[in-house]
Write a protein that binds this ligand. Structure first.
Ligand code: NAI
Length: 330
């Protein structure tokens, strides 16, 4: 059976080889799935894809015509898939719901601490023989109020870690979080998150409701000098509002692992090119902005879990079993 795995970098291939190749010989395509690359999937019943692969109605239609019946996402988020179109075309979509919430939660904390203690600046300064502490002043995490949006696997873990620092942790989720009470995390409304928090961290999925959740209006409600962290999805934040907030110092720190238009940039080496995204380039000019290229998930453990669950998902599909990790249009 032909399986095509898009956006499969050498590290993905290494992990997938261990789980898939006992049964199949997948075709690994390093570039993302889009209108230019969809032809590789002709005749493949199973297509495996990642976060920035394009799975809109147009691409799905071509896939369906070529015989694709299953999209096996190697990620948790599925905001890049037109689920309604897939359903109409008879294509099933499966994902890896949890591969390592620890990886993302730990990276979130790394961004907070890196920004607070300016580790990225210290690294360069010390290497240049500059041991001045001017501009390096941080703050104690102990006693700060941190707001988490999304009380799922990652959000809860981030909360637990922050409790260990001695932070007061507030969390917002449309659903009641029983586990949060046990962890001493207070479930509050969004308004309280905006107004009370020194640090706000995003861990909700990207939906029409959460798109640009961080915008000019919500930023204006926050404490002056707030730290914003986004390891969720880029479009949870409006980049132009972030730039304005950084310029007028309403935002004191910004840590991002994801960016709304990351598809044109992330996971590739653009170091010898002129980057055309002016918003992204403007964000990079601020000394209090720390950006990583969607690497929060990127640990050995997470890659192994992704490969294992992807293989299980494909096996279940071929065996005609219930697809435990299927995602459907609401
Ligand atoms: P999860 O499904 O366990 O939790 C998501 C939580 O968000 C749920 O409790 C849900 O009720 C809540 N939620 C839904 N709508 C909401 C809204 N409007 N406002 C606030 N909360 C809302 O997901 P998990 O595993 O914790 O992942 C969270 C997000 O992290 C994913 O959706 C994905 O976008 C992102 N992610 C990023 C990675 C990275 O490498 N940067 C890797 C893995 C996930």
């Amino acid at each position: 059976m032909k399986i095509v795995a898009y956006s499969s970098k050498p590290y993905d291939k290494q992990a997938l080889c261990r789980t898939l190749e006992a049964d199949w010989q997948p075709l690994y395509i390093e570039v993302p799935l889009d209108l230019n690359t969809v032809a590789y999937a002709q005749g493949a019943p199973v297509v495996s894809a990642f976060v920035n692969d394009r799975l809109d109605a147009e691409v799905l239609q071509i896939l369906a015509k070529g015989g694709t019946q299953l999209i096996a996402l190697r990620c948790a988020g599925f905001n890049n898939v037109d689920l309604a179109a897939a359903q109409k075309l008879g294509i099933k979509v499966v994902r890896v719901p949890a591969y390592s919430p620890y990886a993302v939660a730990e990276h979130t904390i790394a961004l907070m601490l890196g920004l607070n203690r300016k580790l990225y600046r210290a690294y360069n300064r010390v290497r240049e023989g500059n041991f001045s502490l001017n501009g390096m002043l941080g703050f104690d995490m102990y006693g700060k109020t941190v707001g988490i949006i999304g009380a799922g696997r990652i959000g809860q873990l981030v909360g637990k870690m922050l409790k260990a620092f001695g932070c007061r942790v507030l969390i917002y989720d449309p659903y009641t979080c029983e586990a949060c009470n046990e962890l001493g995390i207070e479930q509050v409304e969004l308004e309280e998150i905006w107004q009370a928090c020194d640090i706000i961290s995003l861990h909700c999925p990207l939906t029409p409701e959460t798109t640009h959740l961080i915008n000019a209006e919500t930023i204006a409600k926050m404490k002056k000098g707030v730290m914003l962290i986004n390891t969720g999805r880029g479009a949870l934040m409006d980049a132009s509002a972030l730039i304005e907030g950084l310029k007028n110092k309403q935002i004191g720190y910004l840590g991002m692992d994801v960016y709304e238009n990351e598809g044109a940039l992330f996971f590739e080496d653009h170091s010898c090119e002129i980057i055309q995204d002016d918003q992204f380039e403007r964000l990079l000019t601020f000394h209090n902005v720390l950006i990583t290229g969607h690497q929060a998930y990127f640990t050995q453990e997470a890659l192994s879990h992704i490969a294992e669950t992807t293989a299980q998902n494909i096996h279940a599909f071929i065996a005609g079993k219930t697809l435990e990790n299927e995602v459907k249009a609401e």
